[in-house]
Design a protein around this ligand. Structure first.
Ligand code: ARG
Length: 563
């Protein structure tokens, strides 16, 4: 039930000999001004076939086109403008949306095929950064969006849990650390030990050798080394999980870099078999000049494999394990080059499915226009931000609705939701500034505003005791409701666009537009007036409530019924 599709069918009836259906569909435009109707068709392309001026063609054609879904057809210059029948369309759309309920906009395009989503992926013993937060919420939302169009998302936390830094950490811990200190504040203490190691290593070069020796032991599965590594990993995860719990994000897999330790040899063997490895000063590289890229460094001269080698093993493992339709990597745009190399190297190896791997990059969160540094104690910052957002929501609820029953619960949903929504509402590649006051406002383009609009729609429905009757006719023909109906009608396309572009902001923008249109409608219309159209207006309110709740769910937010 898409206006362009309807109009294309009507036009195709008349123009079968001149243009194909697809050509017609591609030519259709959405007029900028409502005075020009809902869909416009330019007639320039027909001039040759008809041997007439486009203006004349538009005039003649406009007379011949009719459909129960079109109220009026008007020629304006070379354009034919179509005014859809508000009544017929709203009737069909309201029925469709209320029958489907939260499944409105679902599709089966994904064919149940799986899509691994590499997301969050912080580094052990280091604070989770704002970038990791972005990856977490964008990846989580993409999971819901892809699921809605029929894919099976697999959320993977590709933890940074391997590397020479663990040798350093073990040395530092054994010399200057204690179990109690790590247990009390794992990330802060491990970070402190790491920093202390580097400070002392400036004077005492022998420390570096010790660290290398410990990392070697770790690689060779030395009991003490493995025990410490496991423990650092667990303690770090405990702290990361606090944030995941607050955000209500869960993962299907925590297979990080270390998981691929025993899968590296195969990668090197495969490269050797395909004669792709070249020696460069003792190291092994793969030439990528064909792709206009620098060579990929696969193995260092000491035999150690690298970040990219692990990602190659991970990609192959995911293909084998999940037979993915596509594989996403939600990672900041500073790693764009890495993912280009990764795809190129796999392509060189003959893995055609590397074309189905997509880096989904995003911009930075800034503070006063500057990059937020991830060094000291930022994990505290992140938890603090979430806690402060909840506190601020609590305060606003206390002012606006002091008698609300489950205040604590709602404050959490609103406060955390505000931070998440703020992150998702802009095109993901944009950098954006973070200011708490801005994030938790109940007005403007915020999560709380959308949640509040949804709660308002719910309270109208409760007050009117509306129940949907699938056999009843709900239809509206006025201009005010038409703006809302169009946003409901567009929903399946909006969801598909978000899935195609890997862009949750498409959903967030729809939620904002629908909220604004609905609030305007509500301000100018007596929804509960006792006339023949009351039930139709309530059906519209119901459709809005369904869609806002679904928009919020797709972004990873709750839709409280009261707030
Ligand atoms: N741990 C990495 C970092 O913090 C991100 C990993 C992204 N995922 C991947 N498969 N490379 O920079």
């Amino acid at each position: 039930m898409n206006n362009k599709v309807i109009v294309a069918e009507v036009l195709h009836e008349q123009l079968k000999n001149e243009l194909s259906y697809d050509q017609i569909l591609a030519l259709l435009e959405n007029p900028k001004s409502v005075d020009h109707g809902d869909v416009a068709f330019p007639t320039f392309l027909l001039a040759k076939a008809f041997r007439k001026a486009p203006q004349a063609i538009a005039g003649e054609l406009a007379e011949q086109l009719t459909s129960e879904y079109v109220e009026k057809v008007e020629a304006v210059g070379p354009y034919i403008n179509f005014f859809m029948s508000k009544k017929t369309i709203s009737q069909a759309i309201l029925h469709e949306a209320l029958v489907a309920d939260s499944h409105y906009g679902d599709s089966s395009i994904g064919n149940h095929e799986s899509v691994p989503i590499d997301m969050s992926s912080p580094n052990i013993a280091k604070p989770i950064s704002m970038g990791h937060l972005r990856s977490t919420v964008i990846g989580n939302s993409l999971g819901f969006i892809l699921e809605k169009v029929g894919y099976q998302p697999i959320r993977i936390n590709h933890l940074g849990d391997w590397g020479t830094q663990f040798g350093k950490l073990i040395v530092a811990y054994k010399k200057w650390g204690s179990e109690e200190a790590v247990k009390a504040q794992p990330i802060n203490e491990l970070l402190r030990l790491y920093v202390e190691f580097h400070e002392r290593a400036e004077e005492d070069k022998a420390l570096e050798d010790e660290a290398r020796a410990w990392f070697k032991k770790l690689e060779e599965s030395d009991e003490e080394a493995v025990h410490l590594w496991k423990w650092f990993r667990e303690e770090s995860l405990k702290e990361f999980n606090k944030i995941y719990t607050m955000l209500e994000v869960s993962f299907d897999s925590y297979n990080g870099e270390a998981f691929y330790n025993d899968k590296m040899d195969e990668i090197v063997t495969l490269l050797e078999e395909k004669h792709l490895l070249q020696e460069d000063q003792g190291a092994d590289i793969v030439d990528l000049s064909q792709y206009d890229l620098n060579p990929a460094l696969i193995r260092k001269s000491d035999g150690a494999t690298l970040y990219i080698t692990r990602d190659m093993a991970a990609a192959l493992y995911r293909k084998r394990t999940y037979q993915f339709a596509k594989s996403l990597y939600v990672v900041g745009n500073e790693q764009t080059y890495h993912f280009k190399q990764l795809k190129a190297v796999l392509k060189e190896m003959g893995f055609e499915w590397s074309d189905d791997m997509y880096h989904v990059p995003f911009g930075l969160i800034t503070k006063d226009g500057k990059k937020l540094s991830t060094r000291k104690g930022k994990i505290v910052l992140l938890e603090e931000v979430l806690n402060e957002a909840v506190a601020s929501a609590q305060q606003q609820i206390a002012e606006k609705n002091p008698s609300l029953a489950n205040k604590e619960e709602v404050a959490k949903q609103v406060g955390i939701g505000a931070v998440v929504f703020h992150d998702l509402k802009n095109d993901r590649l944009n950098n954006f500034d973070f200011t708490l006051e801005e994030v938790v406002r109940f007005e403007g383009e915020t999560g709380p505003y959308v949640q509040y609009t949804h709660a308002r729609a719910m309270s109208i429905l409760t007050k009117a005791a509306f129940t949907f009757n699938p056999d009843a006719t709900y239809a509206l023909a006025d201009d005010a409701s038409w703006e809302v109906v169009k946003l409901i009608q567009a929903y399946p396309d909006v969801v598909q666009a978000a899935a195609d572009k890997y862009e949750p902001s498409v959903i967030a923008k729809h939620a904002i537009k629908l909220s604004q249109a609905f609030n305007k409608y509500y301000a100018n219309t007596k929804v509960l007036a006792e006339d023949g159209e009351k039930d139709s207006r309530l059906a519209l309110v119901k459709a809005v409530a369904i869609l806002l709740k679904e928009d919020l769910r797709l972004l990873g937010l709750h839709a409280p019924e009261k707030m």
